[in-house]
Design a protein. Structure first.
Length: 138
């Protein structure tokens, strides 16, 4: 079975705008109105904190470095995103593929480690190649 993959490249979005886009995309995916989707973008300087962050891992005042501080409900602790860093948000149901999260992350790491100097078009090409090979997309 071949599947479709929608690749969105909205450019630079604030973390909160990107989160809203992810949530809207996830809802449409759950409803079955859109195919699996990857959103490839860049953020202005932002420090995000996850559920496990207890205030011990932010060593600089975000305002002093021109970064927004956003508390999230994701797992983990602290992450910095900024200009020049390409971020990919993948919206899909792994259960449909019989994949667990560890295998899935390992597959993505393998694709990215085999990439050379990456720009947004190369990332898009790698992602599409990965999904075609691993998840049997058109």
């Amino acid at each position: 079975m071949n599947r479709k993959l929608d690749v969105k490249t909205p450019g630079r979005l604030s973390y909160l705008d990107a989160l809203k886009l992810q949530e809207e995309t996830q809802e449409k995916r759950k409803e079955g109105t859109i195919p699996d989707t990857i959103i490839i973008l860049e953020h202005p300087p932002v420090i995000t904190t996850g559920r496990r962050e207890q205030g011990h891992n932010i060593f600089v005042n975000p305002e002093k470095v021109g970064a927004e501080l956003v508390k999230t409900n994701r797992g983990g602790e602290v992450t910095y995103h900024g200009p020049g860093q390409i971020v990919g948000y993948i919206i899909m149901d792994l259960h449909e593929y019989g994949k667990g999260i560890k295998d899935y992350i390992s597959d993505i790491e393998e694709v990215l480690l085999n990439g050379e100097s990456l720009d947004i078009e190369k990332v898009k090409d790698l992602v599409v190649k990965y999904f075609k090979e691993v998840f049997n997309y058109d």
